[in-house]
Design a protein around this ligand. Sequence first.
Ligand SMILES: O=P(O)(O)O[C@H]1O[C@H](CO)[C@@H](O)[C@H]1O
Ligand SMILES: O=c1cc[nH]c(=O)[nH]1
Length: 239
Amino acid sequence: MSTAHNSAEKGQFAKTVLMPGDPLRSQFIAETFLKDAVLVNNVRGIHGYTGTYEGVPVSVMASGMGTPSIGIYSHELFHFYDVDNIIRIGSAGAMSPDLKLMDVVAAQGACTNSNYVSQFRMPGTFAPIASFELLEAAVAAAREMGVRMPVGNVLSSDVFYDASNSTMDWARMGVLCAEMEAAGLYCNAAEAHKRALALLTISDSLVTGEELSSEDRQTGFTQMMRIALRVAVEMANRN
Ligand SMILES: O=P(O)(O)O[C@H]1O[C@H](CO)[C@@H](O)[C@H]1O
Ligand SMILES: O=c1cc[nH]c(=O)[nH]1
């Protein structure tokens, strides 16, 4: 069984999939953290691997950039590959002056300017939120590791280059940072009755203009990766 976007057979993905936007971040995680990692999908160079971490099966596959892209991959993983948990491990631009480069944020909720949500035909505004189980496990893991991890609302924007220059408006409502996929992922998880969480590392600041290099974004986010891996182990141990 394969799809137009995924050449893996059913059963080749673990119950928990870590999902960075960047395929090279996916490869880095597989090579750095997973034992016996096998490439199970590389359609469009998206780099999906399954291996083990602390003896537990874990997969990692990239989402590409933006809601339409994570919408495809997460839909297929939830509906066609029996995946239960997707943990996005992404980068984000800080909108809060309290966030510094390399800080890790957990996206409890994801505001969006995307029209993706409209396909679900709710008679009002759907609030895309993280799975409480995954969020609670991530908070516990971060505490154990001594990592400060603010938890709150983020913005999933359809635009990286914002001609309306309005991204920072969301900061007035306490939105912590901007990225491009969490809301779409949370909607897909809700529709599939599965679990999702987005962990984000601050790669740049819309407040100060500072930014990390593309190399740092590929390989420098190890604290966030370790938190996500601990959540994967915790979820496997609960089953
Ligand atoms: O680093 P990733 O996971 O790709 O996440 C962020 O980086 C990309 C933009 O540079 C968007 O995908 C955004 O959400
Ligand atoms: O979507 C994103 C990702 C990183 N930094 C931003 O400013 N926006």
